[in-house]
Ligand binder design. Sequence first.
Ligand code: SAM
Ligand code: SF4
Length: 326
Amino acid sequence: MILDSFGRNHNYLRISLTDNCNLRCFYCMPEEEYEFTPASRLMQPDEIESISKIFVAQGVNKIRLTGGEPLVRKDAGKIILSLSKLPVKLTLTTNGTRVHEFIELLKEANIQTLNISLDTLQSDRFMLLTRRDQFKLVYDNIQLLIRNGFQVKVNVVVMKGMNDGEINDFIEWTKDTPIQIRFIEFMPFSGNRWTSNKVFTWQEILDLVQTKYPIVRLDDEIHDTAKKYTVPGHAGSFAVISTMTSPFCSGCNRMRLTADGKMKNCLFSKEETDLLTAFRNGEDILPLIQKSIASKAKELGGQFTADFEKVHAEEIQNRSMITIGG
Ligand code: SAM
Ligand code: SF4
């Protein structure tokens, strides 16, 4: 078991495969020219497998691959297949642009659920948000996944004045489509132009949905970060991830590995533990993992509180989201 000082057991590992991406979402990738980490400094497939096994031996039973965009990595398929042999629930978060190239491999890896990010249902707004003209490709790939029997969760980062007006369009999508829409409160990261007045809160989301639809709350699963709802009669459901207004830190079971092999004990932690260098030097990395988790803060990396209107993004010491792995 990997326990922290608050008794939380950590059995969920999120691994970033790369800080590279084929989209340019402004809330994730800093605007200034950004140099992606060279391949030699990234964890290699055999290193990812060996390091994952060390976590699995300590009780990790779920691994999520993320990034950057995990599927732009040339050896992504090899990594997915090798991790699929471990006794874990394997899943990934992707922007969906390459899913059609991986569909058979995802089946072979027995992946059942995927999170696809799509913040708008309008192609011109997609271009504005991601600086790439790929709305149709992502939308079609979501349909492709559904046709092939995958459970799809669609991640929507809600930003006031940007896409909050589309919340009920996403709800309408759940009427006949068996997807789960996950509205995520906009979070502050290095270089992402976050200000508190751009946060569209959990409560505002619910209020808006209820102007048009009756909703019922669904049961939470243990360690769930999302509060789930459905509109009676709809094929799909929706959820809200309220990191900024009502964080779910008390049940946190997550650990993160950046693409360059640094362990973060929280999405918002400023400290990192360099597992990859130690691993390459032949050291036992388990004590490093345990020490990292033992020092985990109670809430939000110890850097701010849920009183989000008082948060000053420039005071938070962290990486940009694209270099952490969301
Ligand atoms: N490229 C993949 C994708 O877009 O799904 C995986 C990496 S991305 C960093 C993981 C998730 O983090 C995405 O759903 C993205 O929308 C979310 N994300 C990125 N920046 C965020 C922010 N500032 N606030 C909330 N969610 C954010
Ligand atoms: Fe790329 Fe995903 Fe970040 Fe968008 S959210 S820039 S798709 S890593």
